[in-house]
Design a binder for this molecule. Structure first.
Ligand code: ADP
Ligand code: MG
Length: 627
C-alpha cells in the first residue's frame, strides 16, 4: 500500500476554500501560525488521551511540546510537534477533504464579495489550509504514534497533493511552509515570537523556539542551540480569572470554537462541592452554519484533570444550548470515561445542570445589563433557545423570561413577557398572541381589530417553532397565554357593560341571518355567529378553543404530517355594510356566504380547497357590478 509517490486531487470544496482563503484572508495572514499551533496542540492532546489506554504510544516518554523554527536561507518556517501524528490514510483524509458538517451550507452562502466572504470563512474555520496564505508550497512529514512508518505530504495548494513514504525519527508532525515571494519579514525570531504571544499564549502545551542573540562581530542576530518557551504553557481555564486578559479569553475562544470571530460573552468558574469541575463557557457572536441540525457538533470539550478527553461532549449541555462553546474540566470523572459512561454518570448530570444554570444566568445578565448584546444574541440564537421551553421543564420559567417577541407595539423582537405583563390594561386577564407564517400576516390579522380599538397589546408570533413552543407555554406569571384566533373571544372585563349588551343585541338581531348562512355553508363550517371583534373586516374565521389553530394545521401539513380535520367557525361583523346587505339578500345568499368564508380563510393565511370556485364567484360579482 502506497510504497511509492502518488498524486491525488483535492476534494472540490477544498479547492474552493483554498482559493477563497488566499484571496480574502491576506490582510489577516499571520493567523496561519495560530492555526498550525492549534493543530499541533490538538495532536498532543489526542496522544495524551490515547496513551491512557495504550501507554506504549508514548514510545518511552519525552515531554510533549511544539517547536517553531525558521530557516532564512531556505525561506521556510517549520511547526513541529511530537503528538499523535498521521498515517498515510489519515493525511489523505484530513488534509485533502473537509468532513465538517455544514460545509454545503457554507458554500451556498458565499457571495463573491471578498469582505463578506472573509467573515464567513472565518466562521467556518480556516484551519490547516491557511498555510497557503503565506506559502506557495507546504510539506508535511508525519509519523503516527505506535507505527514505524512516516509519510510526506506535499502540495502547492493548486488542486493536487502528493503523498509518499518518508523518514521521521520520532512520532509526530512537521509542517514546513515554503514562503511565497515577499513574505520574508516572517523569517524573524522577533516577528514569529510576537505572533505566538498574541495568538497562542493560552495553548497548554509548551511552544519552544531557539533563542536568538545579537552577534557583535557579524552585526546580526544569530540563533543559539538553547531553547526558550514562548507561551505560559498551562491550561488557561485553570488559571486565576485575574490573570487572564480579555484578549486571552477571546483567543482561547477561537481555539476551542474554531470560530474566527469574537465571543459575545463568557463565564468562567471553578465549581466546588460534591462534584468538582472548572467551566469556561462562551456564547458565540454568530450562529454557525449548522445550527438547525440538532445532531450537529456540540461545542464542549471535556477534560479530566487537564487531560483532554473528547470534543463535542453532547452530554454536558442540553440540546437547546447547543450553541455554547467551551471547556469543562472535571476533577471526578475517570480518565478512561467513554461517551456511554457519560450518559449514565451522575457527575455528568450535575455538571450539565450546573452549566445550564450558568448559561441562563449569563443570558439574564446580558438581558439586564447589556441589552444590545442580548438583542444580538436573540437574533442569532433566540429560536434555538425557544426549544428549551419544551425541553427543560425545570428551567422553563427562567427561559420564558428570556424570550423576546414582536408585538402590535414593537416590530423588533424585543418584547419580553415581563414587559408585556407590565403594560397590561387594568382589567386585562390574559396575555394575547396571534400566530401566522409571517410577521406581516400576523400584523394584518383581522383578529387584531378589536385589540387595536381597545389599545390592548398583542404578541405577533411568526417563527416556525412558535406553535410548538406554545404547546408547552400555557401561562406566564400566573397569566394565561391566549390565542386571539381561537374560541369565543372572551375579552372578560376588557369589554364594558354596554358592549356586552350590544353583543347580546346583535346576536339576537342577526339570529335569522346567521341561521341562513349556516345552512348555505353546510359542511364547510363548524358554526356561524356574529362578533364584535371586527371593526374593518366583514368576517373572520376562528378555531374552537381546544382545536388546533389554522396556522398549526398548515405547518403540520407542510411537514407532511396529518393534521386532524378541524372546521373553522365563521364570525360575521354585524356593523359591516356587506353583512348588513346580506339580511335582505335572497337569490345570491349562498354565493355571498361562500365568498365571505373564502376571503376570511385567505386573510388568515389559509388555502382554499377550491380556489377556482372562489375566482369564479369574484368574477361574477365584478361582472354584475360592471353591468
Ligand atoms: P480542524 O483543526 O478544525 O479539525 P484543520 O484544517 O486545522 O481542521 O486540520 C484538519 C485535520 O488535519 C485535523 O483535524 C487533524 O486530523 C489533522 N491534522 C492537522 N495538523 C495535524 C498535526 N499537527 N498532527 C496531527 N494531525 C493533524
Ligand atoms: Mg485546526
Amino acid at each position: 500500500m502506497g510504497a511509492h509517490k502518488e498524486t491525488l486531487g483535492f476534494q472540490a470544496e477544498v479547492k474552493q476554500l483554498l482559493h477563497l482563503m488566499i484571496h480574502s484572508l491576506y490582510s489577516n495572514k499571520e493567523i496561519f501560525l495560530r492555526e498550525l499551533i492549534s493543530n499541533a496542540s490538538d495532536a498532543c492532546d489526542k496522544l495524551r488521551f490515547e496513551a491512557i489506554g495504550q501507554p506504549e504510544l508514548m514510545e518511552g516518554g519525552g515531554e510533549l511540546a511544539i517547536r517553531v523554527a525558521f530557516d532564512k536561507a531556505a525561506r521556510t518556517i517549520t511547526v513541529s510537534d511530537n503528538g499523535i501524528g498521521m498515517s498515510r490514510d489519515e493525511a489523505v483524509q484530513h488534509l485533502g477533504t473537509i468532513a465538517r458538517s455544514g460545509t454545503r451550507e457554507f458554500f451556498a452562502q458565499l457571495t463573491g464579495d471578498q469582505q463578506k466572504d472573509a467573515q464567513l470563512i472565518g466562521q467556518f474555520g480556516v484551519g490547516f489550509y491557511s498555510s497557503f496564505i503565506v506559502a506557495d508550497r507546504v510539506t508535511v512529514i508525519s509519523r503516527r504514534a505506535g507505527t514505524g512508518e512516516a509519510i510526506k505530504w506535499e502540495s502547492s495548494g493548486a488542486g493536487e497533493f502528493t503523498i509518499e513514504p518518508a523518514e521521521r525519527a520520532e512520532r509526530g508532525t512537521d509542517v514546513i511552509l515554503h514562503l511565497k515571494e515577499g513574505e520574508d519579514e516572517l523569517l524573524s525570531h522577533w516577528q514569529l515570537k510576537s505572533i505566538l504571544t498574541k495568538y497562542s499564549d493560552h495553548i497548554a502545551t509548551p511552544i519552544r523556539m531557539n533563542k536568538e542573540e545579537w552577534d557583535k562581530d557579524k552585526g546580526e542576530h544569530v540563533t543559539r542551540d538553547e531553547e526558550e518557551t514562548v507561551n505560559q504553557a498551562n491550561a488557561l481555564w485553570a488559571r486565576a480569572k485575574s490573570d487572564i486578559s480579555d484578549d486571552q479569553y477571546k483567543e482561547f475562544y477561537r481555539h476551542v470554537s474554531h470560530d474566527f470571530g469574537e465571543p459575545l460573552a463568557w463565564t468562567h468558574n471553578r465549581v466546588e462541592g460534591k462534584t468538582e469541575y472548572i467551566q469556561l463557557l462562551y456564547l458565540p457572536g454568530k450562529a454557525p452554519f449548522d445550527i438547525w441540525d440538532r445532531q450537529s457538533r456540540h461545542g464542549i470539550k471535556l477534560y479530566v484533570r487537564r487531560v483532554f478527553i473528547m470534543d463535542d461532549a453532547e452530554q454536558l449541555m442540553p440540546t437547546y444550548l447547543r450553541f455554547v462553546r467551551g471547556v469543562i474540566d472535571s476533577s471526578d470523572l475517570p480518565l478512561n470515561v467513554s461517551r456511554e459512561i457519560l450518559q449514565e454518570s451522575r457527575d455528568v448530570r450535575a455538571i450539565r445542570e450546573g452549566s445550564t444554570k450558568r448559561i441562563l444566568g449569563l443570558l439574564e445578565d446580558l438581558a439586564e445589563n447589556r441589552k444590545d448584546d442580548y438583542a444580538r444574541f436573540w437574533a442569532e440564537f433566540g429560536q434555538v433557545l425557544k426549544e428549551g421551553i419544551g425541553e427543560d421543564h425545570a428551567n422553563k420559567e427562567r427561559i420564558a423570561r428570556l424570550l423576546r417577541f414582536s408585538s402590535t407595539g414593537s416590530d423588533a423582537q424585543a418584547v419580553s413577557l415581563a414587559d408585556y405583563v407590565g403594560r397590561m390594561k387594568d382589567k386585562q386577564k390574559a396575555i394575547y398572541y396571534v400566530t401566522a407564517d409571517t410577521l406581516e400576516a400576523a400584523g394584518n390579522s383581522p383578529h387584531l381589530e378589536v385589540f387595536r380599538k381597545k389599545d390592548v397589546e398583542v404578541l405577533l408570533l411568526a417563527d416556525r417553532i412558535d406553535e410548538w413552543m406554545l404547546g408547552f407555554l400555557h401561562e406566564f406569571d400566573g397569566r394565561p397565554l391566549e390565542s386571539i384566533a381561537k374560541g369565543d373571544l372572551d375579552l372578560g372585563e376588557l369589554a364594558d357593560a354596554a358592549e356586552k349588551e350590544e353583543q347580546a343585541r346583535v346576536a339576537d338581531e342577526y339570529k335569522e341571518l346567521v341561521g341562513r348562512v349556516r345552512t348555505a355553508l353546510g359542511e364547510r363550517v363548524k358554526d356561524v355567529r356574529v362578533t364584535l371583534r371586527l371593526t374593518d373586516s366583514p368576517a373572520c374565521v376562528v378555531a374552537e378553543r381546544d382545536a388546533m389553530s389554522g396556522h398549526l394545521a398548515r405547518l403540520l401539513k407542510a411537514a407532511g404530517q396529518k393534521a386532524p380535520e378541524s372546521k373553522p367557525i365563521l364570525e360575521l361583523n354585524p356593523h359591516h355594510p356587506l353583512v348588513q346587505r346580506l339580511k335582505t339578500e335572497e337569490a345570491s345568499l349562498a354565493e355571498w356566504s361562500a365568498l365571505l368564508l373564502e376571503q376570511a380563510v385567505l386573510a388568515e393565511g389559509g388555502q382554499l380547497d377550491d380556489p377556482a370556485a372562489f375566482v369564479r364567484r369574484v368574477n361574477t360579482l365584478l361582472l354584475d357590478a360592471a353591468k
